[in-house]
Ligand binder design. Sequence first.
Ligand code: SF4
Length: 261
Amino acid sequence: MPRRPKASTRSPAGTPRVTTAQRRRALRLADALRDAYPDAHCELTHSAPHELLIATILSAQCTDVAVNKATPALFARFKSPQDFAGASPADIEPFIRSLGFFRAKARAIHESMRTIVSDHQGRVPRTMDELLSLRGVARKTANVVLGNAFGVASGFVVDTHVRRLAVRLGLAPAGASVQAIERRLMALFPQDRWCELSHQLIFHGRRACKARGGSCAAHPICRSFGVACERRDQRQSKGEKRARRESNLQPSASEADALSS
Ligand code: SF4
């Protein structure tokens, strides 16, 4: 009878059990990513917690570069949560019109800032549950705010890069949901590395690990961990390109729920 892998009992509550060998491999990978991307950081421009919250809401299905182009004028016009709460979504829309789903995002920004003013004395709350109660905020946004504005390691920021890399690096099974990937990463990595690792994975995804794979010619980090993604045909049919464009424009289920709730 095959021996069952040794399972560690140290997984955080609510996360899957992982073996000691899996955790050791994950830690070596974390060290390699830290060496490769020692300066990995949140690339959304902000100077206050509420600005980070707003920038992260705006980043759904948009690049950080596009968000950073829109936010200077927005934050110059509305300087505080009170300013946003006292405005209307229609007042906010012109500043973010260049971004996808700007009407839904304007409503989410306005509603979330109103709640912050009415229920939290104008300060961005510091707990996951409170953040999730704000319109436009799902776990990804809450993790960004908690980790980067308050230094609270509450989970992983599972964006499109982290999702892709978690599967390619053998950290999560193909087809796993965003929630399952986050729980798996939380089980594999030490909590004090969650925030920096989110950034390091995102940096690796942006700089080396392209969606179609292979452009990295097997990155040294991946090679040393036995990851060698096959190069996919660079030529895509018109249908594939259209499908890809359309899927890129749709918010994820959790983002869409948060924006419309
Ligand atoms: S080998 Fe290349 S495509 Fe595969 S995970 Fe590494 S960087 Fe990404």
